[in-house]
Design a protein around this ligand. Structure first.
Ligand SMILES: C[S@@+](CC[C@H](N)C(=O)[O-])C[C@H]1O[C@@H](n2cnc3c(N)ncnc32)[C@H](O)[C@@H]1O
Length: 234
């Protein structure tokens, strides 16, 4: 499959292209993230941890963990938290972090059934080629009574703000990324993939269709990000 530009994935999200794109982003990923999110990323991560409500001694899986910045947030709870990602470049860029890391594909998890009390995926699901398969895999490795939290860019709920935000995504964000990222093309993909992503309600339906119960969502920053939570029936 040919790449559409120098080092970005196309919207059919071929796993090899996606992993290679993130390898290229890895070196300056954490910095670029904070710049393009205007510092909101810290709040989004804190809110993700609150939504999962981990307890000390629990076992958590942070899927599509990248450099482990989201895993570090989970660890603050005292729960044992494992970072899993299929981009070796992203994992390597975060190896200075004191979190356990494993190479894994979200669509074929290398874990036994019912291994974790909770599973999270932050800004990762949108990049997975088959999200329904990934959500079923997350259900399989979660213990009965366990929970899932998905943190992902979503659809702003205030119409005027939504228009401004879409302008930022398509016009300003690639320029900002050009100034700070080690792979600016990846941020054109970011903007396009956010635009194509299901809105809050539709994603909640897909989470439920994958087998999760009591699925609800909460908007952050006016819906720029949404947290979806679900439970595995006990
Ligand atoms: C935007 S980063 C998010 C990193 C981190 N969770 C955070 O909050 O900053 C998305 C990550 O998803 C990973 N990813 C995408 N598809 C994946 C898959 N099928 N299996 C495992 N990781 C995947 C990429 O390699 C990348 O590191």
């Amino acid at each position: 499959m040919a790449k559409t530009q120098s080092n970005r994935a196309s919207l059919d999200k071929q796993p090899r292209e996606v992993a290679s794109m993130f390898d290229g982003v890895a070196r300056r990923y954490d910095l670029t993230n904070t710049v393009i999110a205007a510092g909101q990323d810290r709040y989004w991560r804190w809110a993700m941890r609150q939504a999962l409500a981990p307890r000390p001694g629990e076992r958590l899986l942070d899927l599509a963990a990248g450099t482990g910045v989201s895993t570090l947030e989970l660890q603050k709870s005292g729960a044992w938290s494992l970072a899993a990602d299929f981009s070796l470049g992203m994992l390597a860029a975060g190896r200075f972090r004191q979190v356990p890391m494993v190479a894994a594909d979200a669509m074929a998890l290398p874990f036994a059934d019912e291994s974790f009390d909770g599973v999270t995926i932050s800004f990762g699901l949108r990049n997975v080629a088959d999200i329904d398969l990934a959500m079923r895999e997350m259900l399989r490795v979660t213990k009965p009574g366990g929970r899932l939290v998905i943190s992902e860019f979503s659809t702003p709920v205030i119409p005027g703000f939504r228009t401004l935000y879409m302008e930022y995504l398509m016009k300003a964000l690639p320029k900002v990324a050009r100034a700070v990222s080690s792979n600016p093309d990846a941020y054109v993909y970011l903007a396009e993939s956010i635009r194509e992503w299901p809105n809050q309600r539709r994603l909640a339906e897909r989470v439920a269709e994958a087998g999760w119960s009591s699925v609800k969502w909460r908007n952050l920053t006016g819906g720029v990000v949404a947290l979806h939570r679900g439970y595995k029936l006990g």
